[in-house]
Design a protein. Structure first.
Length: 369
């Protein structure tokens, strides 16, 4: 029957998968709290207008929307940052920052189904609000690197800057925004006559690596004057991270995140042999101003299921397995109760013979007959 399986883009999670997800969530919680972040929980449903204002979504069909009995148009959250921005502006308006919050939970996006692009998925992340300097960006990336270090996963973070594309558009005064986003170099060449600027745009996908990328890109500053500020910030970011012992972050000027939303340092993170990013984030100083509280902010979100797909974890088996024959159930339960008080994971099963117990997995086994 068709309805015995979840709809496309939604799925069940088996115990082994849940254990990996809970491990990641636990690691996010413990690492964030070690950095002084506190957990917040926001509603699954928000007013649709708030989501549209905060996320800068152009196509609202990706939102799951409902009309409640009061006639209000609501949306199931597609991400967490907008909800936290709303929370700050309503509950912390008269309090001194900076504010450090983390979160974890489900988000929902009505997108075309693809195997690695679920419509319902888990996110965990953090927001640092009220810190305007580069130290906030450094802290956020350091936090990410430590989360993945604790998970024993090699993360590769690629940093860029939201002001790079606006710098190009300012220098050319050409309608090339959508062409840059889509990589339509035929259209770009038809609009740009300056060979230096065109050379920089064509080089963008290849400008990745360490601080040498800054040297290569800096030669274009004469043609694109507004490049100087973002390149200086990226150089300072990498230098500070390296001095602090965080070496998983490199520069990739080809990373183009939504610069109408982001205002400064941006980044994506990858794991080996996984083509899609497992995390993303950056500075979004303009978001809270939309809600009437002009505070700078930066943060990140991790796609928990994508990370879970790379977690290697031993099969979970009970510390003690108690087999019992008929009429021995209560005795088995009493023993299990005492052993559980010691912090052991205990499972009991009905078994007529001791050799049947050997088929089951357990670190230690007892048979009561």
């Amino acid at each position: 029957m068709r309805y015995l399986t979840p709809p496309p883009g939604f799925r069940d999670y088996l115990p082994e998968e849940v254990e990996k997800i809970r491990l990641i969530e636990k690691t996010i919680r413990e690492t964030c709290e070690s950095f002084g972040y506190r957990e917040v929980i926001t509603p699954t449903l928000e007013y649709a207008d708030i989501i549209l204002l905060g996320t800068n979504i152009k196509d609202d069909t990706i939102l799951y929307k409902v009309i409640d009995k009061d006639g209000a148009l609501l949306s199931i959250r597609p991400e967490f940052t907008t909800s936290i921005a709303r929370l700050i502006t309503t509950r912390f308006r008269d309090k001194d920052g900076p504010f450090r919050f983390y979160y974890k939970g489900k988000v929902f996006r009505n997108i075309p189904f693809q195997p690695l692009m679920q419509k319902e998925f888990s996110q965990g992340g953090a927001e640092l609000i009220g810190e305007p300097s580069l130290s906030g960006d450094i802290e956020i990336i350091a936090l990410i690197e430590e989360i993945f270090e604790r998970l024993n996963l090699e993360v590769y973070i690629e940093a860029s800057h939201a002001k790079i594309i606006p710098a190009i558009i300012d220098a050319t005064q050409a309608p090339i925004l959508e062409s840059i986003k889509s990589g339509d170099f035929v259209s770009i060449r038809s609009h740009i006559r300056d060979k230096e600027i065109l050379s920089f745009i064509e080089a963008l996908p290849f400008l990745n690596g360490g601080k040498e990328v800054i040297d290569k890109a800096s030669r274009y500053i004469n043609s694109i004057p507004m490049l100087e500020e973002p390149l200086n910030q990226l150089s300072e970011l990498i230098s500070n991270l390296e001095e602090l012992g965080y070496n998983k972050t490199k520069i990739n000027l080809g990373v183009i995140r939504d610069f109408e939303y982001y205002t400064g340092i941006t980044f994506e993170g990858y794991l080996e042999d996984l083509g899609l990013p497992v995390l993303g984030g950056g500075r979004y100083d303009g978001l809270l101003e939309k809600f009437g509280l002009p505070l700078p902010a930066t943060g990140f979100a991790i796609g928990v299921e994508r990370v879970a797909s790379r977690i290697k974890r031993e099969e979970s088996i009970p510390d003690l397995l108690i087999g019992y024959s008929k009429n021995k159930f209560k005795e088995a339960m009493r023993i299990a109760k005492e052993e559980r008080k010691k912090g052991l994971r205990v499972e009991i099963i009905l078994s007529d013979r001791e050799d049947e117990l050997n088929i089951k997995k357990g670190r230690k086994k007892i048979f009561i007959c």
